[in-house]
Design a protein around this ligand. Structure first.
Ligand SMILES: CC(C)(COP(=O)(O)OP(=O)(O)OC[C@H]1O[C@@H](n2cnc3c(N)ncnc32)[C@H](O)[C@@H]1OP(=O)(O)O)[C@@H](O)C(=O)NCCC(=O)NCCS
Length: 162
């Protein structure tokens, strides 16, 4: 059994090490990281999953971004340790963390990822939303938290602080 709790500053380096294990080297060169530079992750939404022994099995983080003047959550990175994959932990992290999004005032969430995986959580291609290049537009996905929240939203995704 895993316990999912909001990430704290004490979890930070362990989560970084998990991401280094789960992603290819150079992950921070991805364009989505430019949107995170110098911007704190969203407090209360980023979560860690630990087993009964306190071992970190998975983690998810969120950053705030803007499309024009519209605010959105950027989901990711999400990762589950290779020895713990396929047990539903990815699903648990995504669903549990997103449960907190509406109460914290967020209306929409987006990410860059595999549609076959995220489609099962209601994410669909955002045709009119542009991530910084080079990003495959077919991997730019979104899910409305408030009904219709992506309707009419278009343009370039920019850093929260720009
Ligand atoms: C993606 C990831 C977070 C999923 O975590 P998980 O705990 O294994 O996921 P779950 O157990 O909830 O779901 C497993 C299911 O997702 C499927 N799945 C996993 N990654 C997938 C992908 N990239 N595309 C399509 N399906 C995928 C598995 O085949 C499995 O399918 P099944 O339920 O039909 O058997 C994990 O595989 C991971 O950390 N991968 C490396 C890092 C990564 O790619 N992160 C996502 C960045 S977009």
């Amino acid at each position: 059994m895993y316990q999912l709790t909001p990430e704290t500053p004490q979890d930070y380096w362990e989560v970084e090490a998990l991401y280094d294990t789960c992603f290819a080297p150079g992950r921070e060169a991805l364009s989505s990281y430019r949107l995170r530079d110098g911007v704190p992750a969203v407090t209360g939404l980023s979560h860690v999953a630990r087993d009964a022994g306190g071992i970190l099995g998975g983690a998810i983080r969120y950053w705030p971004v803007r499309i024009g003047d519209v605010a959105a959550l950027l989901l990711g990175p999400v990762a589950v340790h290779p020895t713990r994959q396929g047990e539903g932990l990815g699903r648990a992290l995504i669903e549990e963390s997103l449960r907190h999004a509406a109460p914290l005032g967020w209306d929409r969430v987006m990410l860059v990822g595999d549609a076959p995986y995220y489609g099962r959580f209601g994410f669909e291609v955002l045709n009119n939303v542009e991530m910084p290049p080079p990003t495959n537009p077919a991997r730019v996905l979104g899910r409305a938290i408030a009904p219709g929240a992506w309707d009419g939203v278009s343009g370039k995704v920019r850093r929260w602080l720009d």
